[in-house]
Design a protein around this ligand. Sequence first.
Ligand SMILES: [Zn+2]
Length: 221
Amino acid sequence: MATTTKKAKLVKTAPDPYKPNPWFIVRNSKVHGRGCFARKDIPKGTRVSEYVGDRVTWKEADARYEGYDVNDNHTFLFIVDRKTVIDGGVGGNEARFINHSCAENCESTVEKSRVYIDAIKDIKKGEELGYDYQIGRDKNDPPNVDEIYACRCGAPNCRGTMLWPAKRPKPRKKTKQSAAAKKGKKVARKAAKKSGKTVAKKAAKKAGKKAAKRAKKKSRR
Ligand SMILES: [Zn+2]
């Protein structure tokens, strides 16, 4: 007799980003503002969404949020690579509401300059989706950047911040590298590693302006 193991079917194709997401719904979250909650069990490996929005250069993103309050960390910018940032706040979808979590059950991935959110664990119906934004630190960060990006995800291993590294690195001697070159590197690293996190905010910051704006999510370093 045949023993069949029922395997959950993996869905590796991102759902249409402009239709209601089949995997999660958006509602108020205890973590932060709105969040995304599984409509049904989501098997590990499922591509739950594509992170979409207006694709702009870093410069445009900075300009766009220049007047925003630095203490408002709600921007939905996601760093794709050294040239491009996706602004989920303009033409974006529900993926922008996926909160940061230190106990992530999802992760962001960049493929061919598109950003996807994949489940990296089996997620039960009703659970909130989250991924580690790993927002990169930047020398132009305001002094209270840790407060701005404080994490209250409630996970036992919560590191207390959406920033990465968790602690502010000690100041180093200046290197010869230009700030620009460094930036590029950081971003590149981000892209390579996590490929994809949402860097959001930082983009703003980085400009040194006040940018911090709201970036909520993501940035990874
Ligand atoms: Zn946390």
